[in-house]
Design a protein around this ligand. Structure first.
Ligand code: CA
Ligand code: CA
Length: 149
């Protein structure tokens, strides 16, 4: 399924809302990237996108990228060093499992929203929101890449 058709406009808004809500409780940053194809490894690709989106430049290195290749049915979760070294083993895999379980039922929006919740709760625990100096360092909008190759 083309990346642009993966979610309805309303579903897209629901996800942006979920990110807004999550980021009100943490200094961390969550982003979603959807694209058509992923030829190689989904985690390698996510690492590249993470960099391309400037996600490695957050102050506390606590950005989390949820990456989905809609046509090739690949997904991965990539996190900045600041959060990656703090979470327990298996955490990212648990987030990925939420996506996979819902995607199998074609519940794309729910899968992403639940994954955002899980990541948001972890970010809140590790990087609680501070009233002063906490910025929205990265857009909460979904990032799309319609590669056709
Ligand atoms: Ca922030
Ligand atoms: Ca943000």
């Amino acid at each position: 399924m083309p990346a642009r058709q993966f979610l309805t406009e309303q579903e897209e808004q629901q996800i942006v809302e979920a990110i807004n809500t999550a980021e009100q409780k943490t200094s961390g940053e969550v982003r979603i990237h959807l694209e058509h194809h992923c030829d190689g490894d989904a985690l390698d690709r996510a690492a590249q996108i993470f960099h391309d989106l400037g996600m490695d430049e957050t102050k506390l290195e606590n950005g989390v990228l949820i990456y989905i290749a809609t046509e090739d049915h690949k997904a991965s979760v990539y996190a900045g060093k600041g959060i990656h070294r703090e979470v327990e083993e298996g955490f990212w895999n648990d987030v990925l499992q939420i996506l996979i379980t819902h995607f199998k039922q074609e519940e794309y929006e729910q899968g992403i929203e639940e994954a955002v919740h899980k990541v948001g709760n972890k970010l809140e625990e590790l990087f609680p929101y501070r009233q002063k100096g906490d910025l929205d360092e990265l857009s909460n909008e979904i990032s799309f890449h319609d590669n056709k190759n």
